[in-house]
Ligand binder design. Sequence first.
Ligand code: HEC
Ligand code: HEC
Length: 173
Amino acid sequence: MSRVWRRLALLACLALVAPRLAAAAEPGVDPHAVYEKSCLSCHNEHAGDMSRQRLAVSKPKETLIVSRTGTGVEQLLKKHHGVKLSAAEAAAIIELFKKGLTWGGVFQHRCARCHGRAADFARATLTLADGRVRTQKGQTDVGAFLATHGEATATEIETLLEMLRYQVETKPK
Ligand code: HEC
Ligand code: HEC
């Protein structure tokens, strides 16, 4: 087979398995854009607030469910007030909700009693400079600062930095 044909055959195979892979990861789909396009018209809260207030991850299968009813979110969105999502869009938005829950959980556990809401704290006190999360006052590197402040583990600090960065990046202009 020529290289072109081999590549086409490979693409055909990928097209067949793609819908199954979609649940794992889908670069190229912006979950926030999906939320804004498909959910915000009826749900006026932020995606992060929706996940913390209404959703949970069920054990042991790590499925995202509606806390109140136990319904799987993937299942809910298949028939939900005329919402039409591709498999990739549904996977992306479910991933975002799950992240929101993990992120919020660490801050909630370690930091919230002194610093309140993560988004408000991050947006009022932090900034991004040279690709790092820093304090607005003094430009302290937050990753380094957290090694001796707040009692988070190394893994939790990674999560916190990702979450804090996200809050700063999405700060309304
Ligand atoms: C056309 C309006 C509409 C759109 C668009 C919409 N929803 Fe809903 N949604 C509702 C209404 C109304 C309810 C409450 C009644 C119900 O459960 O059906 C609801 C309930 C929910 C619930 C369950 C909350 C609970 O506690 O039971 C979740 C989760 C949810 N929506 C997520 C989403 C997501 C995610 C999107 C976007 C992909 C979306 N919705 C788009 C109208 C909408
Ligand atoms: C027991 C209360 C307490 C806890 C818990 C706590 N902090 Fe703090 N944090 C403070 C106080 C008070 C300050 C301000 C004084 C200082 O710099 O020490 C501060 C300062 C900071 C600053 C620097 C802000 C600036 O503008 O200089 C950051 C960033 C920060 N905390 C992040 C966190 C994170 C993330 C966590 C959770 C892992 C956390 N803190 C846990 C009390 C706390």
